[in-house]
Design a protein around this ligand. Structure first.
Ligand code: IMP
Ligand code: MG
Length: 176
């Protein structure tokens, strides 16, 4: 890293691990059928990896797919539209799907993804996000499982980036 911004920890590794375990338990209890977990790249990769391992510990056997959606270019300004950069390969018809993403902000990304999977015939589409930013929704979409409510700040780490930096951090922080 070249810039000198201060990084403040918002949610540390232990706090994240506890929430991931709790979400996995909630998903298990939902008794989903023929479950396909669809992780939204890139930001969800760390959360998805942890959540999937927690689901395994609870005896679940989901399949896993990845969709790469983009509503942000480099930097922090939403483009207001969503593009499919990489689609899933599985047929979702009649299946239960759990969409996993890093953060629910305007809701455009997840509303788009959910509508797409419903249109393809998914039986049920649930949403899990690590963070939810309140008061930011531009479209109506709710997350079924949320790790934490995020402060109204640009956050990084645990998969989340600013201009491709900080994704590797095992905790969630914000920059001054
Ligand atoms: P939405 O479509 O506005 O809900 O935006 C969701 C996507 O924007 C997330 O999946 C992130 O990739 C990105 N995003 C929104 N807020 C932040 C942030 O504070 N830090 C990093 N990425 C963010
Ligand atoms: Mg994203």
């Amino acid at each position: 890293m070249t810039d000198k911004k201060q990084l403040h920890v918002l949610f540390d590794e232990a706090a994240i691990a506890a929430r991931v375990e709790a979400i996995a338990e909630q998903v298990r209890a939902a008794d989903l059928k023929n479950l396909l977990v669809v992780a939204v790249l890139k930001g969800s990769f760390m959360f998805a990896a942890d959540l999937l391992r927690a689901m395994h510990r609870k005896g679940m056997q989901p399949q896993v797919e990845f969709v790469h959606l983009s509503s942000y270019l480099e930097g922090t300004v939403s483009q207001g539209h969503v593009k499919i950069l990489k689609d899933i390969e599985s047929n979702v018809s009649g299946r239960d799907v759990l969409l996993v993403d890093d953060i629910l902000e305007s809701g455009r990304t997840l509303a788009f993804a959910k509508d797409l999977l419903v249109a393809r015939g998914a039986r049920k589409v649930l949403i899990s996000v690590m963070l939810e930013k309140p008061h930011k929704r531009a479209v109506q979409v709710d997350a079924d499982y949320v790790g934490f409510k995020s402060p109204d700040k640009f956050v990084v780490g645990y998969g989340m980036d600013v201009a491709h930096n900080y994704r590797q951090l095992p905790f969630i922080g914000c920059l001054d």
